[in-house]
Design a binder for this molecule. Structure first.
Ligand code: PRP
Length: 194
């Protein structure tokens, strides 16, 4: 575990603890892939990911799905922190694929308040897919404002600032292959790329 941090030099030094090692992530993702392959057999699902944090999860999950699938992406942006708190987000990249009558599996890296996911699901539901389910890798239940059924879930995360495997702090640390707890000093000193 110590070696996993060391391999990432200064980024590794900013990590206080590894909460979920890369191997545990890959094992759980393989399980999810197997289950999704069984559930969607013969349905040619469209797997939709939300940028950017979902990148690593989506790439690894799709390689563990053994049935034909198609993929697409959306991206959202908050108008402001206040607007986001009220559940408003702006779609900055829409799907390229029409989803009317399609089986859609929506992939999220992390769900916290649930506001983003709630907005997106409403938007997608209005397009009348044959089915719409959610697969989230990391669930942070402490600040949930809206209860959303999560058909597939990877891990529950504590209410702490974690990074890696797509999750960032000021756009940094996404490329760590594990989930790590960020040192309090890093948060305090506000070091980062933005
Ligand atoms: C993450 C995640 C969701 C949102 C979840 O995105 O992908 O979109 O936060 O939070 P919520 O449940 O409180 O709405 P983020 O804003 O970190 O963007 P990123 O994926 O580009 O890092």
């Amino acid at each position: 575990m110590e070696d996993a941090r060391k391999a990432f030099g200064s980024m590794g030094n900013d990590i206080q603890d590894i909460l979920i090692p890369a191997e545990a992530l890959q094992k759980r993702i393989a399980d999810l892939g197997r289950q999704i392959s069984l559930d969607y057999l013969g349905l040619n699902p469209l797997v939709v990911g939300i940028l950017k944090g979902v990148l690593f999860f989506m790439a690894d999950l799709l390689r563990n799905i053994t049935i034909p699938i198609e993929m697409d992406f959306i991206a959202v942006s908050s108008y402001s922190a206040e607007a986001r708190d009220q559940g408003y987000v702006r779609l900055v990249k829409d799907l390229e694929t029409p989803i009317h009558g399609r089986h859609v599996l929506f992939l999220e890296d992390v769900i916290d308040t649930g506001l983003t996911l709630n907005y997106i699901l409403q938007n997608l539901r209005a397009r009348q897919p044959a089915s719409l389910e959610v697969c989230v890798l990391f669930n942070k239940p402490e600040h949930r404002l809206i209860d959303i059924p999560l058909k597939y879930k990877g891990f529950d995360l504590p209410d702490q600032f974690v990074v890696g495997y797509g999750l960032d702090y000021r756009e940094k640390y996404r490329n760590l292959p594990f989930i790590g707890l960020l040192n309090a000093e890093v948060l305090k000193s506000n070091r980062g790329s933005k």
